[in-house]
Design a protein around this ligand. Structure first.
Ligand code: HPA
Length: 250
């Protein structure tokens, strides 16, 4: 039996349609999660929700305790994770408002706790594994479920794409975005890693649902403003909610 969790990102510190039944603080060997896990129902179906930036969006991308968050979800029996992510658009068809289920990523982050295998002195049996296959960083089964659900909900969605994960919290320079584009990236966000690899290390099925809230640096005239980002977040929220409601009903 699967147990689904949704990790909320920018714009989703709460999940508007979630009927909350239980708030569960979880202690992990890696410290505290970003917030208490919320157990509830979405469209009548059980789901767990965790806002990765904290309940009031106080935790920056580089300060998130990704290990505690993923470990906590595994500890309470979660098998599948849908990770929401507000991103910048790099590819010509990834303008503001576009939803995408990426199939690849490139990790440009640094200095983050990026593995559960770093502390072999703890005698953890996981330390024996070390080199996880990450050829396809997302769970294909869950990716396909998201795409089928989007189609069922009549929500247009880009079926694949390469997500660049940058360190933040600043946005990129125009030259950095040109480099990411040359590398083959379609989208850019700040929280996709190490979340994806940590889920893989624990054997969880993890997929991302991204939504574009701004053209990446240099892709449109002028500066990127928070007003623009917030306006596009509001514009995307309805469609993201529709896909999530459809996916829990499968
Ligand atoms: N760059 C990185 N992360 C982001 C962006 C961006 O332009 N927009 C939203 N998250």
């Amino acid at each position: 039996m699967t147990s689904l969790a949704i990790i909320g990102g920018t714009g989703f510190d709460t999940l508007p349609d979630l009927v909350i039944e239980h708030r569960a603080p979880v202690t992990t060997p890696y410290g505290d999660t970003s917030a208490a896990l919320l157990r509830g129902r979405l469209a009548g179906h059980p789901v767990l929700f965790l806002p990765r930036h904290g309940a009031t969006h106080g935790i920056a991308p580089h300060q998130i305790n990704y290990r505690a968050n993923i470990q906590a979800l595994a500890q309470v029996g979660v098998t599948d994770i849908i990770a929401l992510g507000a991103v910048g658009g790099i590819a010509a068809d990834c303008g503001p408002g576009v939803l995408c289920v990426p199939d690849q990523l490139i990790d440009y982050t640094s200095g983050r706790e990026l593995t559960f295998f770093s502390d072999s002195s703890r005698g953890d049996e996981r330390a024996a594994v070390l080199h996880s296959d990450f050829t396809s960083p997302y769970c294909e089964t869950l990716r396909q479920q998201l795409l089928t659900s989007a189609a069922a909900a009549n929500v247009p969605i880009r079926a694949a794409g390469c997500l660049a994960v940058t360190q933040g919290p600043r946005l990129e320079t125009a030259a950095e975005i040109r480099r990411l584009e040359r590398d083959g990236c379609d989208l850019v966000g700040m929280t996709g890693m190490p979340e994806a690899i940590l889920a893989r290390e624990l054997g969880l099925c993890y997929a991302a649902l991204t939504f574009v809230v701004n053209w990446a640096a240099g892709k449109a005239a002028g500066e990127i403003t928070m007003d623009e980002i917030h306006a596009n977040l509001t514009a995307c929220a309805g469609q993201v909610g529709q896909v999530l409601r459809a996916v829990v009903q499968v």
